[in-house]
Design a protein around this ligand. Sequence first.
Ligand code: DQA
Length: 148
Amino acid sequence: MSARFQILVLHGPNLNLLGTREPGVYGSTTLEGINEALTELAGELNVELKILQSNHEGALVDAIQGARGECHGILINPAAYTHTSVAIRDAVAAVALPTVEVHLSNIHAREPFREQSYLAPVAVGQICGFGADSYLLGLRGLVKRLEK
Ligand code: DQA
């Protein structure tokens, strides 16, 4: 059976270092481990994922623009760009695809500068604080939204 929805999964800067990067904050699961868990869940939900990690803001903007006409929704952890990037927010607003924002850590319980998300106002919703499970919860939430 062909997949019901195509979903773009984006990981922002420094998330390629997961596993060794501040494990007390971000846990010990590697990005590869997160992608494997997402791919397994995608199979159960009968959706197809296109996954990209980039340390570059423009590459993330290009990927969001490229999702128009190709994908039904976006699951994104913009990482540090959450708190700085008007360009990523504008790209999401421009393509008008349902977008779910996820974070491993609870960005509202850390340094004050992490509390602001430029993306949140144009996202369907934000899931944070559940470690690698934030991604799985985010994917489930996005697929529920797409089913409606
Ligand atoms: C993060 C939280 C951001 O504040 C931080 O810059 C990251 C990771 C998270 O997943 O918890 O790189 O998005």
